[in-house]
Design a protein around this ligand. Structure first.
Ligand SMILES: CC(C)(COP(=O)(O)OP(=O)(O)OC[C@H]1O[C@@H](n2cnc3c(N)ncnc32)[C@H](O)[C@@H]1OP(=O)(O)O)[C@@H](O)C(=O)NCCC(=O)NCCS
Length: 299
């Protein structure tokens, strides 16, 4: 394997730049799992979620994993998910630390965009944390346009003391749509809303598909307020609510806590679009607040 190397001659160190070997973009197979796991394990200080999802991604029917291959070995990856609004979602972009700044991520994205064009998919979206400058630059270079800004607020479950049990979970689809389309979140996001960590253009039909998959979003109503939430590996994610103040939100969280009590989750995470009136109110009880940008590109 060739890469920028360092050669040692007694006490002299000479940096050597080898020519970049050919990078091939191809669909990943199960045989790539070990290499992918190895170069993604320590992406961030806390690790990475890729090793825990890669098995699933390699088997799923409504998505594909692309890898950048050098000499038969994957050194970069991108997961593309096909969503019910006929858009595609890009996530899990990773390049092996020794192979960065050589155009591999750019090439992976361009190949994915070409494939989507051939498949007749017209729109692709992705989300980037506001502090991830390399990814923000890459998205701009690829011609993505920022469409919205979101915050994710983390609240420790221990802060939500009592459980509330008189909540409803069998809520009719029509009722959910009526609440969603009139909500502040829907208006602030122009209808492109998070379903777990993927943003989808929501209309009544798309919402019906999403709600038919319990693993994607579950619903709950606690005294006139609706919540759509998902159980994630790290905790419970509230993707949507029409709570208008802190009290209404906490009531919903108590209801959700009752539903997910067997789950080991320690935190609630609440996604809100920038400018939502609840965001400032709940910052004071949040242990962590992160900002994200959602990008979109026509294919
Ligand atoms: C982000 C990441 C995928 C980029 O991979 P890469 O192969 O090094 O990127 P490329 O060489 O294709 O760079 C393409 C463009 O991205 C931007 N970019 C990439 N790395 C950058 C850096 N360290 N600083 C600033 N801009 C950077 C530049 O605009 C670059 O174009 P340029 O070379 O003409 O300036 C890689 O750094 C990585 O795996 N990071 C950790 C995981 C991560 O953040 N994933 C994205 C989550 S949204």
């Amino acid at each position: 394997m060739q890469y920028n190397g360092i050669k040692h001659y007694s006490n002299v160190v000479i940096a050597v730049r080898y020519d970049m070997p050919e990078v091939i973009i191809r669909k990943a197979t199960r045989a790539d799992k070990a290499e992918i796991t190895s170069f993604t394990r320590n992406t961030w200080e806390w690790g990475d979620y890729i090793p825990s999802v890669i098995n699933f991604w390699l088997r799923e029917k409504d998505g594909m994993v692309l890898v950048a291959d050098i000499g038969g070995r994957p050194v970069g990856m991108l997961h593309v998910k096909f969503l019910p609004d006929h858009s595609a979602w890009f996530e899990g972009l990773r390049v092996h630390p020794l192979y960065r700044r050589r155009g591999i991520a750019y090439k992976l994205n361009l190949s994915a965009l070409e494939m989507l064009k051939e498949m007749g998919i017209g729109r692709v979206r992705l989300v980037i944390e506001s502090s991830n400058k390399p990814s923000l630059n890459l998205a701009t270079k690829l011609g993505f346009r920022k469409i919205s800004e979101w915050i994710a607020l983390e609240i420790k479950q221990s802060k939500i003391e009592n459980r509330l049990t008189n909540c409803v979970i069998r809520i009719k689809m029509d009722e959910v749509w009526d609440v969603v389309k009139e909500s502040e979140i829907y208006k602030l996001s122009n209808g492109v809303m998070p379903v777990r960590w993927r943003w989808i253009k929501i209309d009544k039909d798309v919402l019906r598909i999403i709600l038919s998959r319990k693993k994607w979003l579950r619903r709950i109503r606690c005294i006139e307020k609706l919540g759509l939430f998902a159980e994630m590996g790290y905790g419970t994610l509230l993707c949507f609510s029409n709570a208008e103040n802190k009290e209404e939100l906490i009531r919903l969280l108590k209801g959700i806590k009752n539903l997910v009590r067997t789950h080991k989750s320690k935190v609630f995470e609440i996604q809100l679009p920038k400018g939502h009136k609840l965001a400032e109110e709940i910052k004071e009880i949040s242990s962590d607040v992160t900002t994200f940008f959602v990008f979109e590109k026509g294919v």
